[in-house]
Design a protein around this ligand. Sequence first.
Ligand code: NAD
Length: 489
Amino acid sequence: MTQMIYDGRAWINGERCSARSEQVFDCISPVDGRVLAQVARCDQADIDAAVAAARAAFEDKRWCGLAPAARKRVMIKFADQLLAHADELALMETLDMGKPIKYSRSVDVNSAANCIRWYGEATDKIYDEIAPTPATALALITREPVGVVGVIVPWNYPMIMAAWKIAPALAAGNSVVLKPSEKSPLTALRLAELALEAGIPPGVFNVVPGFGPEAGSPLALHMDVDCIAFTGSTRVGKQIHVMAGQSNVKRAWTELGGKSPNIVFADCPDLDKAVAASVGSIFFNQGESCNAPSRLFVEASIRDAFLERAQALAPQYLPGDPLDKATVMGAIVDKVQMDNVLRYVASGKSEGAALLYGGEQARTESGGFYVQPTIFAGVTPQMAIAREEIFGPVLSVLSFTDAADVVKQANASVYGLQAAVWSRDINKAVGVARALRAGTVHVNQYDEDDITVPFGGYKQSGVGRDKSLHAFDKYTETKTTWIRIDSPV
Ligand code: NAD
């Protein structure tokens, strides 16, 4: 294939620009190790410029001052722009972070466009409130944009994670400064160009690529940023809350890690479906999903039958060329992450878990970074592979005896993002779902997903919810206006 070079310059105030320092870093494709772009290595000076542009746009009301119906029309055009450039964006996403083209085209582009359209559509359908006060007053409860929103996102679903935040933030009338992951900066930069073409005014949506400590921290610490919306690891998420507190007490919203329990009772309605969903969901996106069902609890009496079927399905997920439309598992985002995953495989083996399938690096001849789908049985709760987020295609299978036992094991985690329970007994399924400490619980399926439902975690999986109308709470202030009424009648 011919060498492709993308534009990696930042996007500030409606135009491309180099980092003030002129520094760049290589954007390396995990597909085959080639350099895709030289990306602006932004730092404090660039963040200052982007925040100043965002503030100026907010103050002169070029975006927040538009009628909601006008903002709606632009947001819908923005969504249409993504679809009009779907092939280009999908290819860029696949080359940049390694996911199969099949999914970047059918899932990532469509889902990001749908999210932008959905929040755009909502813009002129949300009403404010009047409080039930005594007749001597009129109390208006109105929503106002918070101002300048800083957004920091990870690399596993670069466009979707960005869309979940920028769409409600922009729809509500805010200005945005987005810092994409240094491992996947390209589509975010392209989205900013498409947003301008759709009619989002210069300065309203800025994209500043760079590394976490150099570009992310200045954004989270900035005294003129009103809100920071972060998706990433729990380790960095904790620092984001500290930075928000250390600076201007900006609103801080975090979507963090997970180690989601997937509980299969012996009376699950369809064992084959349960196996297929469990295996398919942990290996989807190379296991690089915050909500991946990475802790699988199988009731002891069906354990052998379950594992036999799971092992039989695993070869379907062997990694292939991400640019081949038939591939269902692609490359791990970079060598650092691949080595992390392989370290966890080694730790599982050394702690005594039984390696049922995979565990090796794959496609080494490609020059990229690939790992086989991996299944460990005989995992016990104290092992690292049962407790820590691996963020790779590694399934840890544990066992349990009854509902009380599995709820206790499932909840014994610092995370609380998602969970699943499989049983045909409605009392058991709902009882266990209620007892699980997680932001989302699936019953007899794992993959249902829609922009209309909130997404976020309990415990150290984060603070706040993305998606659905609830997301507007993060990007709006609530104002009360008391009006004295001395009625003549
Ligand atoms: P990460 O925390 O390493 O990085 C996330 C982002 O934070 C990147 O843009 C990075 O540059 C930036 N960053 C790093 N250090 C920073 C600092 N000191 N100050 C400011 N910004 C900093 O996470 P990652 O490896 O990119 O992504 C994987 C993690 O994201 C996993 O833990 C995964 O579970 C989580 N995730 C959560 C959700 C969710 O909705 N809960 C969704 C996707 C991913």
